[in-house]
Design a protein around this ligand. Structure first.
Ligand code: NAD
Length: 360
């Protein structure tokens, strides 16, 4: 079977790391026709738009995309092309595995965690009122009227909507993922003791959904501040975490830090019908075109993509090849060497070549 996949190279180091991922995926032997789609600065230069409709149409048609990082220009109309893609295609689940690989420097060993972050609402909904604007004053006076609580008149306001619908949907996604990938426990993370009507609703929804999986996957709940401490002290006690958007954003970086940082942190944004696979890191503009950065996060995102299109054997082979190259520590980029100026570090392309040569 030939899969058709959208390929979005992105900005900065994006084209280099997506090229490494594309070559590694192809080397597994899985037949793929790539549908090249340009978003970000190149698209803006050619078409005047950072995110042309053709990019969204391509993902909708092909149902899967692999995407390099895209810069967020400061002072442009919308906040981020990346957030815009997730919203436009309703990619409501952000999946971020955090796994230890021997050879990658870290304070911890044998970590194997999965973060499932809600992607569509919470403080990321982008509903904000600027300090001093007439509508902000109106909102402040309405809030004072309904709650009898004082807000300083020179405040800015960000709204945190959390719905029953989106909470149930993300927790169901987390449990279904746990069943498919043999995860034993789902931990719902919240601050429901303080935000009773937003996080409280998330937690109530999580408890309801969890009942349907009783006897199949264990369920526990944890307040987010305690969760941070426990993750640092005993990360091996956890398996899969499901969180509202903002906590998911912060804790997925914390977990990336537990396993060696951005160079090895893959991710995916998944909806009911389609998914976009991308590394957690950004476009690192200072390294653009230098053939220097680590392609591993992007190639591991490719491993997630192969699993999504049900090419599990190819995914396992590619992950094993990455594991071997990391463990050998020879053909790896500067960030994976004992010191950053190690002369034996190889480039992005050469590390991808080494991974390809370890494919069995
Ligand atoms: P960044 O992740 O691009 O870079 C931060 C630092 O991390 C780099 O200077 C580099 O030292 C290191 N780094 C990142 N990726 C690496 C890799 N593959 N190998 C080795 N080292 C790596 O973060 P930033 O500088 O905050 O953001 C730059 C741009 O990227 C911004 O415009 C931002 O909006 C955008 N961004 C995009 C995405 C996305 O497309 N999903 C995500 C985050 C940031």
């Amino acid at each position: 079977m030939v899969h058709r996949i959208t390929l979005i190279p992105g900005d900065g180091i994006g084209p280099e790391v997506t090229e490494g991922a594309r070559r590694c995926i192809e080397a597994t032997g899985v037949k793929i026709e790539w549908d090249l789609a340009i978003a970000g600065q190149d698209a803006k230069d050619k078409t005047g738009e950072l995110l042309p409709q053709a990019v969204l149409d391509s993902i909708k048609k092909n149902k899967a995309a692999i995407k390099g990082p895209i810069i967020t220009p400061i002072g442009e109309g919308f906040r981020s092309v990346n957030v815009a893609i997730r919203h436009a295609l309703d990619l409501y689940a952000c999946l971020r595995p955090a796994k230890s690989y021997p050879g990658v420097k870290s304070y911890y060993k044998d970590i194997d965690l999965v973060i499932v972050r809600e992607n569509s609402e919470d403080l990321y909904a982008g509903i904000e009122f600027e300090q001093g604007k007439p509508e902000t004053k109106e909102i402040i006076s309405s809030i004072e009227k309904y709650t009898k609580k004082k807000i300083r008149p020179d405040s800015g306001i960000s709204i945190k909507p959390i719905s029953k619908f989106a909470s149930e949907r993300i927790v169901k996604f987390a449990f279904e993922y746990a069943l498919r990938y043999n995860r034993k426990k789902v931990t719902a993370v919240h601050k429901a003791n303080i935000m009773k009507f937003s996080d409280g609703l998330f937690l109530k929804s999580a408890r309801e959904v969890a009942k349907r999986y009783e006897g199949k996957v264990a369920f526990e709940e944890m307040i987010v501040d305690n969760m941070c401490m426990q993750l640092v002290q005993k990360p091996h006690n956890f398996d899969l975490l499901v969180l509202p958007n903002v906590y998911g954003d912060i804790l997925s970086d914390l977990c990336a830090g537990l396993v060696g940082g951005l160079g090895v942190a893959p991710g995916a944004n998944i909806g009911e019908e389609m998914a976009v696979f991308e590394a957690v890191h950004g476009s690192a503009p200072k390294y653009k075109g230098k053939n220097k950065v680590n392609p591993t996060a992007m190639i591991l995102s490719g491993v997630l993509m192969l699993r999504y299109i049900k090419e599990d054997k190819a995914a396992d082979r590619l992950e094993n090849a990455i594991r071997e190259v990391l463990a050998e520590g020879k053909s790896v980029t500067y960030d994976l060497k004992p010191t950053r100026d190690d002369p034996s570090a190889v480039g992005t392309k050469e590390m991808a070549d080494a991974i390809i040569s370890h494919l069995t």
